[in-house]
Design a binder for this molecule. Structure first.
Ligand code: PEP
Length: 251
């Protein structure tokens, strides 16, 4: 059974003091549950504060929103996987749509970052998803497969079993729009079949999250769908109460 995973992407919000206050409020009201994990992705400057605030809760884990693939060197502004680990990160987002579409990251960048994350011992959450133009052109499944294949090529079973996939249609992120349940099921079934056919038992064990305008009012409808193993939540994760309404209330 794949444990449910609820992941909060704080984007460029919540500094170290905010992170401490948030985690204090969250952990006071969120009781540990079987087969359920909650991961937080603060901005890099808040990783250490968040990780300290979650340190004695095995079900709460902190990650970083991005890494660079080189371990160290003259790369001003970048954070490497070993540096993120040292600050307390245990996971990292890879290829979030804002990294791809605002900062111009390519499929090849995601492959290098994913390899660097695994090599350093970080759990990667690989984000994939189509733009509205790609959906309208009927290319959703082809885009998702291309992004998966590019990032996962060359990985063995042990490495793959540590990768989480997040299906996030670009047009649903931060817009309040969500795909229909049937659309979500179509893509998640497709990803599940692809992972299992391509990687066998390791693929079967990989979690596939849905992300894109998940909020307390639609979480149950979206997250009880077949082959949806949890959620990656942006805007509605910025307030501990809202995120609790998703991570704790569902099921
Ligand atoms: C995200 O940032 O990954 C995301 C899904 O954002 P939102 O929930 O705001 O759409």
């Amino acid at each position: 059974m794949r444990p449910l995973l609820f992941a909060a992407n704080w984007k460029m919000h919540l500094g170290p003091d905010d992170a401490r206050a948030y985690l204090k409020a969250f952990r006071a009201r969120y009781n540990r549950r079987e087969h359920r994990e909650v991961w937080f992705f603060p901005p890099a400057v808040s990783v250490e504060a968040a990780a300290q605030s979650a340190r004695d809760r095995a079900d709460l884990l902190v990650g970083t929103q991005d890494i660079y693939w080189e371990p160290k060197g003259a790369f001003t502004g970048a954070v490497s996987a070993p540096l993120a680990l040292q600050a307390g990160a245990r996971a990292t987002l890879i290829g979030h749509s804002e990294r791809r579409h605002v900062f111009g990251e390519t499929d090849d960048d995601t492959r290098r970052k994913l390899g660097a994350a695994l090599g350093a011992g970080l759990l990667p959450v690989l984000c994939v998803g189509e733009t509205l133009a790609e959906r309208d052109a009927g290319h959703t499944l082809a885009v998702v497969i291309r992004q998966l294949a590019a990032a996962l090529s060359g990985l063995d079973g042990a490495a793959l079993s540590r990768v989480v996939v997040a299906y996030e249609p670009v047009w649903a992120i931060g817009t309040g729009r969500t795909p229909t349940p049937a659309d979500v099921v179509e893509v998640h079934n497709f990803i599940r079949e692809h992972l299992t056919a391509r990687f066998g038992a390791a693929g079967e064990g990989m979690r596939v999250l849905y992300g894109g305008s998940v909020k307390p009012s639609n979480a149950k409808e979206l997250l009880t769908l077949a082959n949806v193993d949890g959620a990656l939540v942006g805007g509605a994760s910025l307030k501990a109460d809202d995120f609790l309404g998703i991570a704790a209330a569902y099921m």
